[in-house]
Design a protein around this ligand. Sequence first.
Ligand code: ZN
Length: 60
Amino acid sequence: MDLYDTFLCAYCGEENAIFIEPEDGLRQTLTVDCEICCRPNLLRILIQEDRTVIEAEPES
Ligand SMILES: [Zn+2]
């Protein structure tokens, strides 16, 4: 079952929606292009029992 969540773009601050696949692990690192400004966000995702924590930072 996919998890639906959102993160704020590290560049423009706009909200982006993503789907997370828990089968890929409880700690994940993904690079996702912002839907608004198209720049790449490096996402550090931590899946917990009751919530998902997503930190977005500019991809260097
Ligand atoms: Zn953006």
